[in-house]
Design a protein around this ligand. Sequence first.
Ligand code: PMP
Length: 295
Amino acid sequence: MYYTDESIIFYNGKFVKAKEVSTSTYGQTLHYGNGVFEGIRSYSTSMGTKIYKSDQHYERLKFGVKVMDIDFDYSIQELTDITYKLLKLNNLSDAYIRPIVLAGENMGVFSAKGSDLIIQCWEWEKLMGDSLLRVKTSRFQRPNPKSCFVEAKVTGHYINSILASNEVKKAGFDEALLLDMNNNVAECSGANIFMERTGVIYTPPKGHIMAGITRSTIIDICKEEGIPVHERHFTLDELKQADNAFFTGTAAEVVGLKSIDEYEFPVKWEESYGYKLMKLYKQEVLGLREKCLTN
Ligand code: PMP
């Protein structure tokens, strides 16, 4: 699904065939989840292949390795250049890009010396599809921000997302909604949430969530388009009185919600701000908006 015999990946300074790469079985990422990754998209635009907000994604990767004390000395420019070259070698333009920094060998629970950088890319449809999602609140909460760096994309953090997704998918739902430790709505397993209520958009503030790059793009688009938007905590009860809601993320882009638990959002998706923002986001990443936010 992700690679063929011909796929090329970047591995520690070289472009090599995906099928030929192997990594250590003593690595700390494998054993304890101390690795940092990114999820980036590139788009085929009228100006050629464009990686959307490459700088911001690689800044977040560098923030992650710094807080996790993982050796890493690539600059943002080097990482971007490598990624463009990788796309070219794989003949890809509309692609999902997955860089990952693996910590070195160490069976102890303090950061290892050395690291490996892998960058992979493949064609990937919108992660959660285009149909409206039936979402269920998970019994798993987002981690206490005092227990880890919630804004870093650390591989080990995703156990929380996997637990929540497994739980709700087994119950027949499409995606999981996670609350934070204070019982406020936090986010989906791999995307941020927005709700619309009486003509105003709300999204949880930073603190207990992944500070999504798509989330901040949507907030900026709202501000430019005169759509009222507020970052504030809200409860599940409030979400269940909303007119509409949607998720945002690099892989998922913008996707609408049909329901949360037993509650169906009453306003038609096509008449919601979420739908308008889904269209505007597509124009934004393709460089078709008048005032693009692209770096
Ligand atoms: N929340 C979580 C838990 C995520 O994994 C992601 C994906 N990185 C997001 C939100 C959305 O972030 P972004 O818009 O930067 O992709």
